[in-house]
Design a protein around this ligand. Structure first.
Ligand code: ADP
Length: 244
């Protein structure tokens, strides 16, 4: 890890769709080791915020990653700068093995020269990722035959081998069994220890069990931020959730 523990500094982020502001003046600071849950009622602007950070929708303001401005860059450039993202439906190569999926992800976006330079480091990184996502024993299994939970883990592994140190995950435990949720939480703890993980989530039990901090969005703005206990005790947060 470098000297900067501040991974992502979001300032005055605003996203307009025509006259409508889906995000408005959002400030958020993410540190190394954060397992930050991003919650809020439907339409609060959670997905839009993740879209703006990853370059999928235009935004004004600033998203600074360790000194580099991300706003205005294309999504593949942002990915290469270490900001990785998953969607609700896992997008893995169904016909390829777990290992092949990781190999392809590890090579994606690298130049031939850097691949040559990294020809030793990449396989090591793939082994490490297999370990982290708990799929070492299933490395040769066809990705399409994995249960939903393990596909999500593979997708996280694909971000790890791309050197993502900011991971933005959209409802990673949706559709998972209780045991899969528990394992996913442990996985996110391992991944988040040296990185920053942002989880967009509706599952409050999952949030209580694993969040190190919480940001509550409502109406496109940050309504509250803090520990699980602080956010739960906030009357403004209770009001928003009782109102839905
Ligand atoms: P959340 O993820 O919190 O449910 P979204 O970020 O998906 O909220 O949406 C925030 C608001 O922005 C909603 O009112 C939604 O209808 C609106 N919105 C999202 N995407 C677009 C778009 N491409 N064009 C117009 N309005 C949009």
């Amino acid at each position: 890890a470098g000297m900067a523990s501040q991974y992502l500094e979001i300032r005055d982020l605003t996203v307009s769709f025509g006259g409508f502001k889906a995000n408005s003046g959002v400030d958020m600071t993410l540190l190394q080791g954060d397992l930050r849950f991003l919650i809020g009622p439907n339409g609060a602007g959670k997905t839009t915020l993740v879209d703006a950070i990853t370059g999928l929708v235009p935004a004004t303001g600033s998203v600074n990653k360790s000194g580099v401005e991300l706003l205005g860059k294309k999504s593949h450039q942002i990915a290469r700068l270490g900001v990785g993202r998953t969607f609700q439906t896992a997008s893995v190569f169904e016909n390829l093995s777990v290992l092949q999926n990781l190999d392809i992800a590890a090579g994606a976006g690298r130049s031939v020269m850097s691949l040559l330079r990294w020809r030793k480091a990449v396989p090591e990184q793939v082994e490490e990722a297999l370990e982290t996502i708990g799929l070492t024993a299933l490395r040769d299994k066809q990705a399409g035959s994995l249960p939903h939970g393990q596909k999500q883990w593979l997708e996280i592994g694909m971000l790890l081998v791309q050197d993502a140190d900011v991971l933005l995950l959209d409802e990673p435990v949706a559709g998972m069994s209780h045991d899969e949720r528990e394992e996913t939480g442990q996985l996110l703890r391992r991944v988040g220890a040296e990185r920053t993980v942002v989880v967009v989530e509706h599952d409050m039990d999952f949030m209580r069990a694993f969040a190190t901090s919480v940001t509550v969005l409502a109406g496109g703005r940050v309504l509250a931020e803090g520990s699980v206990a602080e956010v739960q005790a906030d009357p403004r947060v209770q009001e928003v959730y009782l109102g839905t």
